[in-house]
Design a protein around this ligand. Structure first.
Ligand code: ZN
Ligand code: ZN
Length: 288
């Protein structure tokens, strides 16, 4: 590994968005480490969802995150101190194997201080901020998005979504916004031009708040493209946003690093020559 003016070379394949089953975290983490070695992945960040008490969440996140939410109902979800301590300790012990400690936190308006307080209590390398809910609909769930589309035109949902993401960015709770155009996942197609104004002010906010984005490759499986779209990425490039991570959003060891090369190709096509990874919430640039 060479260091040249703050840029690390030769660490191309860092998967900065990975989930793990907390119930079996020790054995699962060993599997992930073996899988990373097998695939030549130099490091990965565990970024499980954190759901805090008394913060709105849908049953999607609750069911999807039984790891953290052992005894819960729709409105009462909690991550105990014991859970987070174990999560932090197990992951931190594997630092020398290229494992980083992260979290993915959903933005909910009026809960910013509670979220910040929680984040500040733990030694995360990176915090991903995400927005899965708009007007109470979980837009990453097909059926919920369908109901939402029955109520509002897709273009309006896109605009609403990006307005909410702007709030997430301006709250400064995260280092990186994950899957920044997730609204595309189950939507009927909307032309980028129809929401480019919203996207443009969002990128301005990202720059003003020194917040990065990721190229999230999980979209290749669901919709044949990663998040964000090439148009969105080109806008970021044009405006000078260069803090970009890549992540698979894998929920199983075998998916670790899936399609990261495609993310790299996409970034190169748009004109990017480096990405970032975070350590202690500080970015380190990596040449592609
Ligand atoms: Zn997510
Ligand atoms: Zn995720």
């Amino acid at each position: 590994m060479l260091k040249e003016s703050g840029v690390v070379q030769g660490l191309k394949l860092i998967d900065s968005h990975v989930h793990i089953d907390l119930d079996n975290i020790e054995s699962e983490l060993e599997k992930y480490i073996r899988e990373a070695e097998r695939k030549g992945i130099k490091g990965f960040v565990i970024t499980d969802h954190i759901i805090l008490p008394n913060i709105p969440a849908s049953d999607y996140l609750i069911r999807g995150n039984k790891v953290f939410l052992k005894d819960l109902s729709f409105l009462k979800c909690s991550l105990t101190t014991a859970d987070i301590k174990r999560y932090v300790n197990v992951i931190k012990r594997k630092e020398s194997s290229g494992v980083y400690l992260g979290a993915e936190i959903d933005y909910h308006e009026h809960c910013e201080e509670k979220i910040k307080e929680f984040i500040g209590m733990h030694p995360f390398d990176v915090v991903l901020g995400s927005l899965h809910f708009v007007d109470g609909y979980c837009i990453s769930r097909k059926m919920e998005m369908r109901s939402f589309l029955d109520k509002l035109p897709a273009v309006d949902i896109h605009k609403k979504y990006f307005t909410e993401v702007r709030k997430l960015v301006k709250s400064r709770i995260c280092d990186v916004v994950s899957h920044i155009d997730l609204v595309r996942k189950h939507s009927t197609p909307v032309r980028f031009d129809d929401y480019s104004e919203e996207a443009s002010v969002l990128v301005d906010d990202l720059l003003a708040c020194d917040t990065g984005i990721e190229v999230n490759t999980s979209g290749y499986v669901f919709m044949g493209d990663s998040y964000p779209s090439a148009d969105f990425l080109a806008l970021c490039k044009e405006k000078g946003l260069d803090k970009i991570t890549i992540g698979s959003d894998a929920h199983k060891a075998e998916k670790l690093g899936q399609n990261l090369e495609r993310a790299v190709e996409k970034l190169k096509r748009v004109g990017y020559s480096k990405i970032v990874k975070f350590k202690n919430r500080k970015p380190e640039y990596i040449l592609l």
